[in-house]
Design a protein around this ligand. Sequence first.
Ligand SMILES: [Fe+2]
Length: 293
Amino acid sequence: MLRRHFMFLSASTLLAVGSGLARGEDGVPADPRKIIFLADTHIGAPAPRHSENLRGIVSEIISMNPRPGKIFILGDLAFSYGKTEEYQELKEILAPVEKAGIPIFFVVGNHDTRERMFEVFPEKKLEQAEIPGKQVGIIESEGVDFLILDSRLDDPREYMSQKKQFPHRQPWDGTMEAESIAWMEKHLPTYPRPLFVLAHHPISQTKIGGLLEKIPAVQGYLFGHEHKYLRQKSGELETFTFPTTSQRIHGKAEPNGFMELNICPEGFEFTLCALNDSHPLDGRKEVLPQKKI
Ligand SMILES: [Fe+2]
């Protein structure tokens, strides 16, 4: 990791000179067209290596030049079921990023408890009047906007009570409530700028691929949950599973780490930054050409 950013530093510092990028209090520029995605951080006392991984990623982000304009965490911030102490530990780990002035946005996962998350991070709460209690909102950004959706089951016990009829159901599954779908049907078809849709659960569970592929603004669907890296298509819709930052890797061959998005003239360039520098997917790039609206 260190070598990659050392090499990156000299070239990008030159690019930043005179480019008018916003600067943090310490003078390091931030590029609004560079975005970092973390997923499934799973912070909690029984898993100290998860915290260690995230601390390393935080210092890697802080040492970037330019720094990213925004960071998104794609759910499962907590290790257990979203205890206050887990969010307090996360807050302490993220403090250097907050201090550097890089805005961070949260997606809710099945390991999270919204009430406790927002007790510790009240400023991260998003809400739409038509979808009370759900973490849903559009984050405007340079070159592309981001729609955060909330795919967490409201009542896993009630959901599991029908396991006899639906034997494949698991309490960690996701969903998309009718209110969120109605909100998207109302607001998205005429959305005027490119948009990525973010959620914790895969589109096979949120089942909104048919809706999203018809919306001209939507460039792709980005999610976590599966603790692996995968680019796929759901109909015409591009989807990406982003890797976990934790040690709970799905299968021995999968990477853990984070994703970097750079908005370039060619389109949206995603780079996988694996924690293990020798992982074959470390540095892998995927470019999505921008869809015309
Ligand atoms: Fe997870």
